[in-house]
Ligand binder design. Sequence first.
Ligand code: ADE
Length: 273
Amino acid sequence: MSAAIGIIGGSGLYEIEGFEKAEERKIETPFGEPSDVLVGGTLAGRQVWFLPRHGRGHRIMPHEINHRANLWALRSLDVRFLICVTAVGSLREQYAPRDVVLPDQYFDRTSRREHHTFFGKGIVGHVSFGDPVSAGMRAILKDAATAEGAKVHDGGTYVNMDGPAFSTRAESEANRQLGFDVIGMTNLPEAKLAREAEIASATLAMITDYDCWKVEEEAVTAEAVMEHLTANVSLAKRVLARAVAEIPEDAKWPEHRSLDGAIMTSKEFWPEE
Ligand code: ADE
């Protein structure tokens, strides 16, 4: 059986042409409840699972998202390839609203890091994260987004703030000076946990605003983010449909073996088989 594909994004994303919805699964995890039920079905002959990051009806704040439960649930359904669709603010003039960015680096400005690992409670592990995005998945997204006519920026550093308030202008300027390209509140924990779960993941980031550094523009508002995101939903769906068809069947990339050499807890710790 080929590996399943996960898609984390807004609710309604699964209304993709060609997607045949088969079931909804409520998954219990050792870390609590995922953001919502997972919607499963087939697209381009592949098993796909959709999970709305903020829950249906957008009722979960960024800092309230149970990322561990979300990624655990996906992996429990044999997901080994993941596409995250997310809104980001632009920290660069040339990255304009409604453009697509495929981040290749992250900078962690979150504060709940104990929630961003499956390790702990006696099991010590450290995965490599120098290249946090699956190059294979990013290439697939680049080709799909380009073919669908999107303006694509291939690469960029995503700085993950906690939120929920947007940045101050001083923070926005500091983020620009530090060389970050886009800002968001949710995607870095997903990338980290995907790596720990040996899932190859990449992100389709939709630019919705210029944050608040660009003084000639109105500073970001939640309303503006939603407006641009909604306008881009049809593009996102077309890109997803095209990308899914190109994802390999077998989990054979380096990201699928990220736990090799990552666990430090000695073998004696594990119960006898
Ligand atoms: N998501 C979309 N736009 C954002 C911004 N300017 N800051 C943080 N998260 C965002």
